[in-house]
Each structure stands twice: as structure tokens, then as C-alpha cells.
Design a binder for this molecule. Structure first.
Ligand SMILES: [Mg+2]
Length: 182
């Protein structure tokens, strides 16, 4: 029970940035990508040119079939939705904005994203900067998961979660827990 709890909060891969993720084994995969602090700083719509070309290249050479951004927008704000849409346009990909209460780690927004790009969990990789939302929800659905280091400062709601994230990470290392089915 305890090991399962930790395992669901364990990513399959951890890296400093999305640019460092291992693309080995990607062959026609689908990507779900968190927005804030994963590819973009909060409140901005600037995406590093290197990240844009990395993702476009993955799709061009067929390692990735389709990409969908998946962002917890939480409140129904058109301004926030427009921002995610602008970022998606830069990456020429789809996007799903999750609104309270159907936000990550709940399964609904992941399922909506999968449907949007015609994907299914076994061939999908979720990339995000938060263990207790991005990674947890995707692991529960049986996706591969990649945890990246946050690009910048967290929203104040995220800060207490980071303390719990650190405890979970410490415990899973002590008990040598691995990510689901790996
Ligand atoms: Mg994030």
C-alpha cells in the first residue's frame, strides 16, 4: 500500500529540462506536456526557441506523433485560456485547459487530452514539473512520465506541495521504490 503510494509518485525519468529528456524508445509516441514551469515561465507566453525546435523536430522525424499541452488553468478565465492557445500555436500542437474541479491529477483532463490527439495511455508520455499533479495523474492512468526541474518560481498554491514532494522523494529513495511497471 505504502510502496504503491510512493510508486505512483515516482517518475520514469527525471531531468533538468525537457531538452535533456531521453528520446530513446520514442517511436510514434504521443506527448502530453504541462505548461507552467515546464516549457514556459508562469504568466508569460515566451517559449525558448530551443524547446520549440526540439519538439518540432521530434514530430518531424516521427519519434512523436502528436503533442497536446495540458494545463491546470483552474479558473475559467479567457485570458488564461488564450495564453495557453498562443503557446500551443507556437508549438503547432493541441491543448487542453483543465478547470476546477477537473484538474490534474484527476483523470478527466488527461482523458480529454488523449481523445483530442487520438492517443491512449500506453503510448503516451507525460512531461511536467510537479510530482503530485502532472506525474501522479499520468502514472495512475498508466502513462510514462518525465519530471523536469521547474523553470522558475512557483505559484503560492504550489509552494506547500513542494515540501510534500521533497518528503515523497526522500521516502521513495530510502525504500528504493521504482515507478509503476518499470
Ligand atoms: Mg507546471
Amino acid at each position: 500500500m505504502f510502496r504503491r503510494y510512493l510508486s505512483l509518485r515516482t517518475p520514469h525519468q527525471e531531468c533538468t529540462s525537457i531538452l535533456d529528456m531521453s528520446t530513446k524508445g520514442l517511436s510514434g509516441a504521443f506527448l502530453l506536456i504541462d505548461v507552467d514551469n515546464t516549457i514556459c515561465l508562469r504568466k508569460t507566453d515566451e517559449v525558448d526557441e530551443a524547446i520549440i525546435s526540439f519538439l518540432l523536430q521530434l514530430r518531424r522525424d516521427g519519434r512523436v506523433k502528436e503533442i497536446c499541452l495540458l494545463s491546470n488553468v483552474v479558473s475559467r478565465s479567457q485570458r488564461r485560456v488564450d495564453r495557453v492557445a498562443r503557446i500551443a500555436r507556437k508549438l503547432q500542437c493541441n491543448y487542453v485547459c483543465a478547470f476546477w474541479p477537473w484538474i490534474k491529477p484527476r483523470p478527466e483532463p488527461y482523458r480529454e487530452a488523449l481523445t483530442k490527439i487520438g492517443a491512449w495511455p500506453e503510448v503516451t508520455v507525460m512531461i511536467g514539473d510537479q510530482l503530485l499533479t502532472d506525474i501522479l495523474g499520468a502514472n495512475k492512468l498508466g502513462m510514462r512520465t518525465v519530471l523536469v526541474r521547474p523553470l522558475g518560481k512557483d505559484h503560492f498554491i504550489t509552494r506547500p506541495r513542494r515540501i510534500w514532494e521533497r518528503q515523497v522523494t526522500r521516502l521513495r529513495r530510502i525504500f528504493n521504490v521504482t515507478s509503476p511497471s518499470s
